[in-house]
Write a protein that binds this ligand. Structure first.
Ligand code: ATP
Length: 199
């Protein structure tokens, strides 16, 4: 399993559709200051579901949408797609390539897609947890993150090891099951009220 392709459109400085192909092994991105190298890392973090704008070096959710410049008008939408090579079956999926897409509009609305099918954020998070490449894992290591890892609090350190051990997908599924259980209990409570009113 490796990250195969990153496609950006309207994301930060990438106004036009920009495709980066990665082969297995090491890829280095080089360029002058301000040319967008960190924006590439931000795009990866963002498509992996990052919600914290500070982690993306922004303040508001639309800071990641192209604001205009170099003769081009501002855009209303940003889209990033990340393709994972799954030919070894690392991710439990029938597909040998999995593409996760995130779109965001100036209205604040976000859309998530897996292989072009619209899904919920939690579906993306579950898939990425199974692939062990979530935005909150150490897939994308930003400047200062190594120092931060060394000074983690005990429970944060535990979360880091749980992530590396592959426990996260089960935690995501358990949280989902807990949620549904709570909703079912509320529904049951309502049904009991109605039954007692009828009696
Ligand atoms: P350095 O080597 O100095 O760290 P870098 O190559 O990593 O630079 P980035 O930080 O990725 O560069 O890119 C910075 C550029 O991205 C700036 O020119 C900034 O104006 C531009 N930029 C950031 N957000 C947007 C946006 N929403 N719309 C247009 N351009 C943007």
């Amino acid at each position: 399993m490796y990250l195969k392709r990153l496609e950006m459109l309207g994301f930060k400085s990438f106004a036009s559709r920009t495709v980066l192909e990665f082969s297995s092994g090491i890829t280095a991105v080089v360029g002058p200051n301000g040319s967008g190298k960190s924006n590439v890392a931000d795009a990866m973090r963002w498509v992996l579901g990052e919600q914290n704008m500070r982690q993306l070096r922004g303040k508001k959710s639309d800071d990641i949408i192209f604001v205009g410049g170099q003769g081009k008008a501002a855009l209303g939408m940003a889209e990033v797609s990340l393709t994972i090579d799954n030919s070894t079956g690392w991710v439990p999926s029938e597909y040998s390539e999995i593409t996760v897409t995130r779109r965001s509009y100036r209205s604040g609305e976000n859309e998530y897609l897996i292989n072009k099918q619209k899904v919920r954020l939690k579906d993306v998070l579950l898939l990425l947890a199974q692939a062990r490449i979530g935005h909150d894992s150490y897939t994308v290591i930003g400047q200062g993150m190594i120092d931060a890892a060394l000074s983690l609090r005990a429970e944060e350190r535990r979360s880091l090891f749980e992530n590396a051990a592959g426990i996260r997908p089960f935690q995501v599924q358990r949280a989902d099951a807990d949620n549904r259980l709570r909703q079912t209990e509320q529904n049951l409570e309502r049904v009991r009220d109605i039954v007692s009113e009828i009696e």
